[in-house]
Design a protein around this ligand. Structure first.
Ligand code: SF4
Length: 280
């Protein structure tokens, strides 16, 4: 169902496209409009705070010399960086969230159950590596959690939260796109992609099949062309799915709330503000 929206006359797409943007557009173009054109975002959640702290600890752990990557060292890093991050304005509301803190601790402990950090061959410059490259005419950017070279060139992303179950292929789209970014920007062939689901204690590895890798580049280009059409026509598709139940914009989405005001209108903005969403 296509929805006419109220856009500023000079509305434009973000200059660079990340995997998150592409994924959100694929899920629902109207949700993408609310987030990236109208500039709304949900307030930080406890899950986001926990995921950020976990990633920070993993980053600092793998910056240590291999022999120093012990569980005790990881817990020291957690004690150092956890409170620091929870003092930031963004995550302060979760300073006393014991459930989240327990989940982060468990995720770090689980890292040592799914792999031996001392055995991981990684260079400091290959941690939190930034990609910024033209892929099929699209200015793509991303940050890779880890790139390891141990006979196999492998792109790894850590995930917190639940096991992906049958949605694993959707989750793999991200490292496949990063593999294409590596090849295009650095002329490095990635052999394998890996997702480490820390809380679920699951490691998923797949060969970086060239067909799957190239397909993500095509998806990126298609998403950009389609979103250019949408912004030029002030009309975005509301793609109704089971994910609508978790969508912060459901209350102002004409596909789900029949008497909702036009997306982008001042009435719509008032409702989103009342619902606690933040405007950039
Ligand atoms: S409620 Fe569903 S259709 Fe509407 S914006 Fe959200 S995801 Fe899209």
């Amino acid at each position: 169902m296509r929805i006419e929206v109220e856009q500023p006359a000079k509305a434009s797409l973000p200059k660079r496209v990340s995997y998150s943007q592409m994924s959100l557009y694929q899920q629902c173009p109207l949700k993408y409009f609310f987030s990236y054109i109208a500039g709304w975002r949900e307030p930080p959640t406890s899950a986001l705070a926990g995921g950020s702290i976990t990633h920070e600890v993993c980053e600092y752990l793998y910056r240590l010399e291999p022999q120093d990557r012990t569980l005790d060292a990881a817990m020291d890093l957690l004690r150092e960086h956890g409170p620091r991050m929870l003092r930031s304005n963004e995550y302060k509301p979760f300073e006393n969230d014991l459930k989240m803190k327990h989940s982060v601790k468990e995720a770090i402990e689980n890292l040592f159950k799914v792999e031996d950090p001392k055995q991981v061959v990684v260079q400091p410059e290959h941690i939190e590596m930034e990609l910024s490259v033209d892929i099929n005419g699209v200015n793509f950017f991303g940050k890779v959690d880890r790139f390891t070279v141990d006979g196999v060139n492998r792109v790894t992303d850590y995930k917190t939260g639940k096991s992906p179950g049958k949605f694993i292929d959707d989750k793999l789209a991200q490292p496949y796109l990063y593999a294409l970014g590596f090849k295009t920007q650095h002329d490095i062939d990635v052999d394998e992609v890996e997702l480490i689901f820390l809380n679920a204690q699951e490691v998923v590895r797949r060969p970086a099949d060239s067909g799957l890798v190239l397909a993500q580049g095509e998806n990126l280009a298609q998403m950009r062309v389609a979103s250019e059409f949408d912004v030029a026509n002030s009309s975005w598709e509301a793609r109704v799915s089971r994910l609508c139940d978790y969508c912060a914009f459901e209350r102002v989405c004409p596909a789900r709330t029949p008497d909702a005001p036009a997306p982008g209108s001042s009435q719509c903005n008032t409702k989103l503000t009342e619902a606690g969403l933040l405007h950039k």
